[in-house]
Write a protein that binds this ligand. Structure first.
Ligand code: SAM
Length: 250
């Protein structure tokens, strides 16, 4: 899936290259000396990018049972060619990420995954639980543009982009609030007008014109900082997030 530059003029023939939106988000972050977690790494493009940018340790995780071509050792091929030190865990769900035994990740990459989950909010709580205070999350994926409403589409019967592995597509305000309510503060937001030229976006554009709607789906990324806070909008957080709650309940 990933186009990975292996050096010596060899680039793997994948469908997904280094998306400018994610590169823009990465450019906000100093990876040097950091401990990085990549969720749903597939062939490892973003894990290797973090390593290239100077990360001290990178954990590339995936749940390969949830995707196609699970038997192809593409990650390991690139890993060997790049002489990489990234640690690969191909069978760890984001929901079981605590089993890695690391509780203080500096940077978490959550790119192209949240909309593949039935419970994206639980995933965000799992990720907050393994990050140090002040750590940075990069969350990226499909989002609904063109509304200030905090809404999300749930796709079960009508598959989003013809793919039954897609579940939730939030609007931008909704994604922002998912992130904030999981004890993160938004640092920066990124979207790419160039995405409109992709075939899927053209189809989406056609659909919205037919429905006379100005909503459309495109890629969006947020960089957010892991925090503890008094949160007037979230009283009595559930067990997974209670540790980050500084509200006074006396
Ligand atoms: C669209 S790909 C994104 C790949 C890569 N992160 C990127 O941005 O190019 C979605 C990835 O999420 C993984 N995935 C799906 N469900 C998962 C889960 N519950 N826990 C961890 N990864 C999951 C899939 O195996 C796949 O590698």
């Amino acid at each position: 899936m990933h186009r990975i530059d292996l050096g010596d003029g060899i680039v793997t023939p994948g469908r997904w290259s280094r998306h400018p939106l994610i590169l823009e988000a990465f450019d906000r972050i100093d990876f040097r000396g950091k401990t990085v977690l990549d969720i749903g790494c597939w062939d490892g493009l973003w894990s290797f990018e973090a390593e290239k940018r100077g990360a001290a340790e990178v954990y590339a995780t995936d749940l390969t049972s949830q995707r196609t071509n699970a038997g192809q050792p593409t990650f390991l091929l690139a890993h060997e060619a790049l002489r990489s030190n990234v640690k690969y865990h191909p069978s760890v769900s984001v929901f079981d990420i605590a089993t890695l035994g690391v509780q203080d990740f500096d940077i978490v990459l959550f790119c192209g995954v949240y909309y593949h989950l039935r419970c994206p909010l639980r995933a965000l709580a799992c990720l907050r639980s393994v990050m140090r205070d002040g750590g940075l999350l990069v969350i990226e994926g499909d989002a609904i543009f063109g509304t200030t409403e905090s809404i999300a589409r749930f796709h079960y019967h009508d598959w989003h982009f013809g793919d039954p592995s897609n579940w939730w597509i939030p609007s931008i305000p909704c994604l922002r609030q998912w992130v904030e309510s999981s004890f993160f503060d938004v640092v920066s937001e990124h979207h790419s007008p160039r995405e409109l030229s992709s075939w899927q976006s053209i189809k989406e554009l056609g659909r919205r014109m037919l429905r006379r709607q100005c909503l459309y789906v495109s890629r969006f990324a947020i960089v957010a900082r892991a925090v503890r806070r008094k949160d007037a909008n979230y009283l009595f957080p559930d067990d997974m997030l209670a540790a980050f709650d500084l509200n006074d309940y006396a």
